[in-house]
Unconditional design. Structure first.
Length: 150
């Protein structure tokens, strides 16, 4: 078996993030958790993933603090998976992936799901990145700077 390259000690925040949640099953599990899935069977039905793979990914997301395993809300013996604050902080990432996919992988008029504001019922505005002073920035407006050790 080929061993996976680890990035959990990298000085790059993107590499550490990908190390924690970078495989597609984990991101889709997080997406489903935002959509209200809580039980193993719900994730399994939605994703169609093998039980052993789902078990491994759920355990990793719990160990990484993205999900918490809690007693079932109906008092049964089952466990449920809920997003932690760390997991909820992935919301902009999921929205960005969704909007990128809508823009680049669907032809005009092709049916797809869309995320809407529950209160107004309208699609969300496209995400933008803004500088500290509020102006919109593009990749050309930014550079990577190493943060020195304290």
């Amino acid at each position: 078996m080929v061993s996976r390259t680890r990035f959990d000690d990298s000085d790059c925040p993107v590499a550490r993030s990908v190390d924690a949640i970078g495989d597609w099953w984990s991101l889709l599990i997080v997406r489903d958790a935002f959509d209200g899935s809580r039980r193993f069977g719900e994730f399994q039905r939605s994703l169609g993933v093998a039980k052993n793979i789902l078990t491994t990914r759920l355990r990793a997301l719990v160990a990484g603090g993205v999900l918490a395993s809690v007693p079932a809300s109906d008092g049964s013996a089952y466990r449920e998976y809920v997003l932690t604050p760390k997991g909820e902080a992935l919301f902009p990432v999921i929205v960005a992936l969704r909007q990128w996919g809508e823009q680049h992988f669907f032809t005009p008029g092709e049916p797809h799901s869309e995320l809407v504001d529950r209160r107004a019922g309208h699609p969300l505005r496209p995400l933008e990145v803004h500088a500290e002073d509020g102006r919109r920035v593009t990749p050309g407006d930014t550079t990577v700077r190493k943060v020195p050790e304290e």
